[in-house]
Design a protein around this ligand. Structure first.
Ligand SMILES: Cc1cc2c(cc1C)N(C[C@H](O)[C@H](O)[C@H](O)COP(=O)(O)O)c1[nH]c(=O)[nH]c(=O)c1N2
Length: 196
């Protein structure tokens, strides 16, 4: 979602259902490497916003001309306006060094955590709750703001709350930033390239 968050509180039982959906995601070796930090405290959310503001000032400089103007006009976070923030983390040590299915690609624990986030996101949509993922941070700044230990990976900061409306199409497409790619250009038959 990219619409405006409403200040209305999100009931505990709704948050509980979103977290339960996340926790039922598939994970490599049934590792369940995730933790969820549910942040309602305004001071903590302000500290998270400061981390965003610092990183976003750097991001702005990475675009130039009209693209920079367009970037500045986008709504890229709802850290302080959404009543709840959920930081989703990944613990690489959740079940020992050798994990079924992670033996040849150590990133599989992070991928599992992303599955949990997608579950949470879909459950939120079904509940009429908006979720926005904010990733414009230096991880170390976010860790400091939330007291997350060094060995834990931060996968997502999610802004969670009721919203004034839900877009039918991605806002970045509506605002002309980038359009959905044609699916048939992305699907190959049997080998890389060629198309179906
Ligand atoms: C991994 C990852 C990371 C980000 C996002 C997405 C994903 C999957 N999104 C996008 C955003 O949360 C999401 O697309 C919208 O909230 C859904 O609305 P649209 O349908 O895209 O308008 C996102 N959006 C944003 O405004 N700031 C951000 O930092 C990020 N980061």
């Amino acid at each position: 979602m990219r619409s405006e968050f409403l200040p209305d509180p999100v009931p505990e039982d709704v948050i509980g259902r979103l977290l339960a959906a996340a926790h039922h995601a598939p994970s490599v070796g049934f590792m369940q490497p995730w933790n969820f930090i549910v942040v309602r405290d305004e001071a903590v959310r302000s500290a998270v916003w400061e981390a965003f503001a610092k990183a976003n000032a750097e991001a702005v400089e990475m675009f130039s001309g009209e693209r920079q103007q367009a970037y500045r006009a986008l709504k890229l976070e709802g850290i302080r306006t959404a009543p709840v923030g959920i930081c989703v983390t990944c613990d690489p040590d959740r079940c020992g060094e050798v994990v079924l299915g992670r033996t040849h690609n150590s990133r599989m624990d992070s991928y599992s955590t992303v599955c949990a986030i997608q579950n949470l996101w879909l459950a939120a949509r079904a509940e009429g709750v908006g979720v926005g993922w904010v990733s414009i941070f230096h991880e170390r700044d976010l860790k400091r703001a939330l007291g997350v230990p060094e060995r834990i990976e931060i996968v997502a900061w999610l802004c969670v709350g009721y919203v004034d409306r839900l877009y039918e199409e991605p806002e970045l497409a509506v605002k002309g930033w980038r359009q959905r790619l044609p699916l048939d250009e992305l699907v190959f038959a049997d080998r890389w390239g060629g198309g179906v």
